[in-house]
Design a protein around this ligand. Sequence first.
Ligand SMILES: [Cu+2]
Length: 660
Amino acid sequence: LVLCALVAFAAADVPLAKRQQDVNHLLWNVYDHHHFDDLKGYAASFDPVGDVSQYKDGGEAARHLVQEEKDHRLLDQHHWFSLFNERQREEALMLFEVLIQCKEWDCAVKNAAYWREHMNEGEFVYALYTAVIHSDLGHGIVLPPLYEVTPHLFTNSEIIQKAYTAKMTNTPGTFEMEFTGTKKNKEQRVAYFGEDIGMNVHHVTWHMDFPFWWEDRYGGHLDRKGELFFWVHHQLTVRFDSERLSNYLDMVDELQWDKPIEEGFAPHTIYKYGGEFPARPDHIHFEDVDGVARVRDMIIMESRIHDAIGHGYITDKDGKVINIMNDQGIDKLRDIIESSVYSPNVQYYGALHNTAHIMLGRQGDPHGKYNMPPGVMEHFETATRDPTFFRLHKYMDNIFKEHKYSLPPYTHEDLDFPGVNVDSLSIDGELKTYFEDYEFDLRNAVDSAEGIPTVDLKASVHRLNHDDFSFVADVNNNNGKEVVGTFRIYLCPRFDNNGERFDFTNGSWHCIEMDKFWKTLSPGGNHVVRKSRDSSVTVPDVPSFQSLIDAADSGSFSMPEFERSCGIPNRMLLPKGKKNGMDFALILAVTDGSYDLTHSDAESEHGGTHAQCGAHGETYPDKRPMGFPIDRYIPDRRVYDETTNMKFTYVKVYHDDSRH
Ligand SMILES: [Cu+2]
């Protein structure tokens, strides 16, 4: 890993601090003209097709984009941008291609500076983010948190208005952000989850790391992208359910096309350009959406997918059969449901997930009569704010469950790790959650111009956090030699909202993945302590835009631990508890790393956030299906009880509401 980073660094040929500084400057106040002289110069005089030897493709992508501009086909500036809008996505990807075709950093910066002034700002931001993530030139760069680049998509319209006033009256301010609704709306009890800025950055970044539009010619195959899609959304779903239980709400019910959409939603969110996000009242029936899909088509698409699961195979576009009754089936199934470019038959299976997002986003104005901009469901930044996001994903999760539960249950041989005994499992420290306040920068929400003084503007948000703790296990290795163990840790709610206890069979689908890591086990006893901060499911807080600016401007920049912002925020690793303790089962499975681990280095952290976000540019470190060993139907728990390499225990998670 280190070696590959070094090679990439040499290829970039420009110090990381400089590259970070360029990205900072390119993203500062994106709705305004450039603020920095070098970038201004490029925007004014750089010719993207002047020297085509700077591109790997001989300038093909650049010529294409330049022609589109000449033909006045590009979307105007000061207009909303949605990735789900086909033409807008095409344009953003045209710029993405130009950037990833650049051989050197210089080419990328000049193009970015030029196109920032010649293209829609939303398209520009999307293209730059995805290019930095996927191009070798981007290695080491920490992308600023999107909530400080495009704050409109992360905060309320009320806050945005206050920020404008503060700017115009030249009065610095910090504005407290409220969640969208009153206590009369039960969904408000869990708004802190769907509206969490860190969770939204995780979600939007996941979709940038594993885009549905990805083609392998951009830079290789994204390993197990379809399965990762299932897993990351499954985990969002079970986490949301657990948060609901802690707030005395039932788990989410799935969405159904022929039934009313129970929850309405008033986003209280405004576009930078394009007005307010549309609202939706309670209990409306699905309407066909002009130019998108009929409700009937959605039902047909869904039934074709159920057929595939029932048959155990997918039919590709040439009529060939692809078996899905195996570990890889979930990956294929997800590709057809999303649908991603990897789908073997878009014509037949359609794009259930993406179309559903648009259908839901448009229910406020399905026939386009009121000229409303896209809904929150049509942006990965904002989608989880709407409670129907979780209904939609529960609906898709149930389709995956149908598939997973059609596979044969695991046998003793599948689960066993001979000679390895987990003797004990416990927690060091107290499992305790609390709310805290966090401030982020709003300066990029408001307009600015040369000569106008900057005014300090901040939003203050309420967010979930927990005390640090560690997982502690004593593992005995009786093999007489070193072995590598894969440690898989899950936390599973024990009771539903009515106090009914989940048994092993119906509770295992609701388990939250807490961590997965590898450890070399010496012969004899091994005392394993794993800190909550090291979880491979999570990432630390993204540094603020200002701290990235300060670090890059200082001339030395190195923040490898923040390079990836895909991952559940570490402060949300633990689901919210209850005052007197919420009951969970804690599961540890230690499985055979010599079989599971696809890499040779047993002690590597694989970039730190691999469990749900993969190892960037590499194969997924774990050969087993995501969710192993509790991702399949468990008709008889004795198969698990008879293994020695798994351990169950009960824990309580407390919530401290005196803090904050
Ligand atoms: Cu998503």
